[in-house]
Design a protein around this ligand. Sequence first.
Ligand SMILES: [Zn+2]
Length: 289
Amino acid sequence: MDVFQIKIDDDRPIQLNVKNYERYTKKSDPFYIIENNKLKYYAICPACKNPIQVINLYVDKKFDENNNKLPLYAKHVKRSVIGVADYLQEAYDNCPMANPNKFGGNEKHRNKKLRNEIVSLIKFYPVVLFNEIRSITGIDFSEKAFGKMINTFIKAEGFYYKYITKYNLPYGFLNMQKSISIYNNKLYPSSIKNELIDNINKSNFFQFNKFHITPKSKDMFCEIVIYLANHKFDKKFESETIEIIIEEKFEEVSNVVYEKTIELNLEKYINTIEKQKRINSLTNNIILE
Ligand SMILES: [Zn+2]
């Protein structure tokens, strides 16, 4: 995982990097402790409140066989760490970061509190979700398409899906849409925008023309869709990946236009909501007359 927390009663994830870790822990006890003559670094899992250990915090000089820097990450430890957190097996077993449910299927829980938490995020902060799914896919979905996605989510009771949590909601939300038509869509500013344009232009039936994804020939009835697939959990790093796939179809032919494996970011969405709440509260004292 690449998030952490230091307070047991705070479930907001903090992005793990050296600067954040040092700032929040103040480089002090009980997070920095010497064990067996070595300095070890601990924190708390924001989701399950069990202790986690930070690995490769200061490794600038260590390289693997490919000369890469060893990745900084955090991992659950299955024992109590004095002063940090007590280990609770049940919380660990149910932790969406230690044991995430596989995307896909429609296995449901029936927890009303969890349901309402997810529903509130969608109901009160739809713009955050809308921006996030456009930023993840690089597709500027229309408002109408987003409305359809919300309906699909509510009809299928996505808020009860076991694999959907407040941390991964934009990914879970997209995943349960099956395939989404991107015919005539614009692109959204994102890190993959140029790759998308290249791949669309190289496709058999589509092009990026006048800022839209349009068919190369107007006489063909062809389709182009996007979907998420192949969700994977890496046990060693406790990180999750998923593939973004764009596919074109014409009669019996279908081709993959674009395919990219991305790592799930489990802090951006929920922290953006927190920021929205803070900003909204700035105008609480302004009275209408
Ligand atoms: Zn956890």
